[in-house]
Design a binder for this molecule. Structure first.
Ligand code: S3P
Length: 191
C-alpha cells in the first residue's frame, strides 16, 4: 500500500533503450493521474516519420538537434511524466534542462537484461548491427555515468514486473523527491 506525501508533478526517465522508460513511465503516469509524454513519439509526430527513418536518412546530429528542441518544449509543461530517448543525456544542455525541470530517474539495467528485452527490436537505429549486445555494452560504458549524474534517483531494473517497478519508483520518489513549494504543483499517489 502506498501512503503518499506530495510527489513531484514532473518526472523524467533516462536510461538505455529497453530499460522500460516508456512502459514504466506510462504506467506511473496513470497511477499518479499525470499526463505522459514520450520524447521519441513527440519527435515522430513533428516529423511524420519514424525516428529510425529520420536517423538513417538525415543522420544522428540532425536527430539530436530535433531531440533537444523537442525536449525544451516538453520541459515547459507544468505536469508530465516523460520518457526520454536513450541518447537525450548526451548533450550537456539537455542534462541541465532535465535536472532543472524534472525529478529525473535513471532506470539502470545490465546490457544482458536489455538485450533479452530487445532481441526482436527493429525500431532502434543504433541496434541494427551484427552484434547488438556488444553495442549495448559500449553504450552502457559510454553513458552509465551520464545517466547517473543527470538523475536524482537511480532504480535498478532486472526481471521485476511492471507493477513492482512502479511501486518501487513511488517509494523512491517518496524518499528522494524534494517536496514541491507550497501552492506549487504536487500530488499524492493513489493507493
Ligand atoms: C537512442 C534511443 C532511442 C531513440 C533513438 C536514439 C539512443 O530511444 O531516441 O533511436 O541514442 O540510445 P529509446 O531509448 O526509447 O529506445
Amino acid at each position: 500500500m502506498v501512503s503518499g506525501g506530495p510527489l513531484p508533478a514532473k518526472i523524467a526517465f533516462v536510461g538505455l533503450p529497453g530499460a522500460g522508460k516508456s512502459s514504466i513511465g506510462r504506467r506511473l503516469a496513470g497511477r499518479l493521474g499525470l499526463p505522459f509524454g514520450d520524447l521519441d513519439e513527440a519527435i515522430e509526430a513533428r516529423l511524420g516519420c519514424s525516428v529510425r527513418e529520420y536517423f538513417e536518412r538525415d543522420g544522428e546530429p540532425a536527430f539530436r538537434d530535433l531531440e533537444a528542441r523537442t525536449l525544451v518544449q516538453l520541459a515547459a509543461s507544468t505536469e508530465l511524466v516523460l520518457a526520454t530517448g536513450g541518447g537525450a543525456v548526451l548533450r550537456a544542455d539537455n542534462r541541465t534542462l532535465l535536472r532543472d525541470h524534472f525529478h529525473v530517474i535513471y532506470l539502470r539495467a545490465s546490457p544482458e537484461d536489455l538485450m533479452r528485452r530487445l532481441r526482436h527490436d527493429i525500431k532502434r537505429p543504433l541496434l541494427q548491427v551484427a552484434d547488438p549486445l556488444e553495442r549495448l555494452r559500449e553504450l552502457h560504458g559510454q553513458r552509465d555515468a551520464l545517466y547517473a549524474k543527470t538523475a536524482h534517483s537511480v532504480v535498478g531494473t532486472g526481471r521485476a514486473s511492471l507493477s513492482r517497478m512502479v511501486a518501487t519508483i513511488i517509494e523512491t520518489l517518496e524518499r528522494d523527491a524534494v517536496p514541491p513549494a507550497p501552492g506549487g504543483p504536487g500530488l499524492s499517489a493513489k493507493g
